[in-house]
Each structure stands twice: as structure tokens, then as C-alpha cells.
Design a binder for this molecule. Structure first.
Ligand SMILES: Cc1ncc(COP(=O)(O)O)c(C=O)c1O
Length: 280
């Protein structure tokens, strides 16, 4: 997508916390790139206005709908409005939102009601969809254009049909079993409430991605290892994946997290954090 639609002379505005795959796609694109501070709608709006004021080239805004390491949302409504008002094109990576949000489970674009103002979305299938690979969603003409023009698509072997079939089955489950999303939301609410009561330094928000900030790299690894020894597959995320000094655990809640597991997880976490002297 990012090497096919933006052309020389165009500009891509990219959130500074975008995933490496977006960064690499943007680097491979012939368009000029501008990195924008995280969720800085005012700056994006200003840069888009410059485009409308006569600066040549198309403008693309590229964001994740739910950021992978912080679990916070992009202000999609504001971005969609700004893009619509200035003729810019909004590209949204729904990797962590597809299958989780929206009445039909298609993601945050659906949940926030901006589908008519988003140009294209990228939907990674290896997260909630439980498969692998990804698909692009957007207007038929744009998908057709990609099929005809996207070199990485044209000049590489197609995914095996079994993968497409598994993805198809996964999408049926997402659409047909919304109760799974409700169960996930309930588990997230319970865990977030318990973490808050225990005074754990968890990231704000309401998503299933809950960063637990530790700060020091070694301490984050020690906490993760202590939790892994108790049977919890929690990983420490360190720079360069996140900014220096913000090493963290990345807790990702899945639909099978029971109250019983939460009851065991929170004390294990607080004891591991206390063990490394992380302030509680
Ligand atoms: C926001 C985001 N986009 C894209 C990807 C790429 O997904 P995959 O590794 O399944 O291709 C990831 C994976 O971590 C991601 O977090």
C-alpha cells in the first residue's frame, strides 16, 4: 500500500509510534515523510492545511488505530475529519483492533464510525484473528489498483489457500460470535480494575493491551522472568521498540483469561514488581 499509492512529490504524515512495518513501508515509498508526535492532531491538521493552501502533492496520514506498545487509541474521528476537510487520505493499521472492536468486529474504524472517511485499512491476521498474514480493506477500485500495481504483491508467491481458508473461518467467527468480544471486554475491565486497586503503574485507557511501566531494562526483564516462572507468558519490551527509559511489560488480555487467572496474576505481578524495587 505504502509503496503503491503515495507517489514522488506526495507527503506521508506518520505517527512517531507507528509500528516498524509501517515505518519500513514509508521508507520504501517515493513520497516525502514527516514524522509527527504521537496523536498530535493539531500538527497533522496544520500540515494538511498547508497542502490545501497550494503546496503540491497528495497527502497521506498513516496511524495505528490501537497502538501496539501503549494500548492507546489514535484520535481517528479527528484525523478522519481533518483528512476529509483537506482532501488527504487516511490509512489505518488495525492490527490490534480487528476482531476486537465494532459491532461486526471489524475494528476501531467501525467502532468510531469513520469508515466513510478512511481510505484504506491494514488488517493483520496474526493477532485476534489467530491466523497469519494480513489483508487490506478499502474501496474496490483501490484494491484492484493494488492487485495490478503493488510490486511486493505481484512479485512474491501468494499465501497458501489453506491460510486464506483459515482466515475466512476466523472472520466468520468474529462476525458470528460477538459474545467473545463482550467476554474479552469484561476480562479487561476486571484486570484493569484489579491493577488500579493494587497500585500497579499500568497504562491508561480501556484496551486489552495493558503496558505496565517499569522503566529500567534489566528490571523489566527480571519482572517478566518472575511472571514466566509462575506460568504467565508476559514479555518485557525494551528500547528500541519503546523509547529509552520506558521499558515495560506488555500484558495482552485474551478472551480465555478467567477471574481465577486474574486472581493469581495480580499478586504475582505485584510481588515481582516489589522484588525489583519498582514503586507500588
Ligand atoms: C501495528 C502492527 N502492524 C503490523 C504488524 C505486523 O503483523 P505481522 O507480523 O503479523 O505481519 C504488527 C505486528 O506486530 C503490528 O503490531
Amino acid at each position: 500500500m505504502l509503496t503503491t499509492f503515495p507517489e514522488p512529490g506526495d507527503v506521508i504524515l506518520s505517527d512517531e509510534r507507528n509500528h516498524a512495518s509501517l515505518i519500513d513501508g514509508i521508507r520504501l515509498s517515493p513520497a516525502r515523510r514527516e514524522i509527527v508526535a504521537h496523536n498530535d492532531v493539531a500538527t497533522v491538521r496544520r500540515m494538511l492545511e498547508r497542502g490545501r493552501a497550494g503546496e503540491p502533492g497528495e497527502r497521506f496520514v498513516v496511524v495505528e488505530s490501537l497502538f501496539s506498545m501503549d494500548g492507546d487509541e489514535a484520535p481517528l474521528v479527528q484525523y478522519a475529519e481533518a483528512c476529509a476537510a483537506t482532501g488527504a487520505h487516511l490509512i489505518v493499521d488495525e492490527a490490534h483492533a480487528v476482531g476486537i472492536y465494532g459491532g461486526r468486529g471489524t475494528g476501531l474504524i467501525e467502532e468510531r464510525g469513520v469508515a466513510d472517511r478512511v481510505f484504506l485499512s491494514i488488517n493483520a491476521a496474526g493477532k485476534a484473528l489467530g491466523v497469519a498474514g494480513a489483508f487490506v480493506a478499502g474501496p474496490a477500485w483501490a484494491i484492484d489498483y493494488l492487485i495490478q500495481r503493488a510490486r511486493p504483491f505481484i512479485f512474491s508467491t501468494a499465501p497458501p489457500p489453506a491460510l486464506a481458508s483459515a482466515l475466512d473461518a476466523s472472520l466468520d467467527i468474529v462476525e458470528g460470535e460477538p459474545q467473545r468480544r463482550a467476554r474479552l471486554r469484561a476480562a479487561v475491565e476486571t484486570l484493569r480494575a484489579r491493577l488500579a486497586t493494587a497500585g500497579v503503574p499500568a497504562g491508561a485507557g480501556s484496551s486489552h493491551i495493558i503496558p505496565i511501566f517499569v522503566g529500567d531494562n534489566g528490571a523489566a526483564v527480571a519482572v517478566a522472568e518472575a511472571l514466566q516462572a509462575c506460568g504467565f507468558d508476559v514479555r518485557a519490551i525494551r528500547p528500541p521498540t519503546v523509547p529509552p527509559g520506558t521499558a515495560r511489560l506488555r500484558v495482552s488480555v485474551n478472551v480465555n483469561l478467567t477471574d481465577d487467572l486474574i486472581d493469581r496474576f495480580v499478586p504475582a505481578l505485584t510481588s515481582a514488581l516489589t522484588g525489583v524495587g519498582a514503586g507500588l
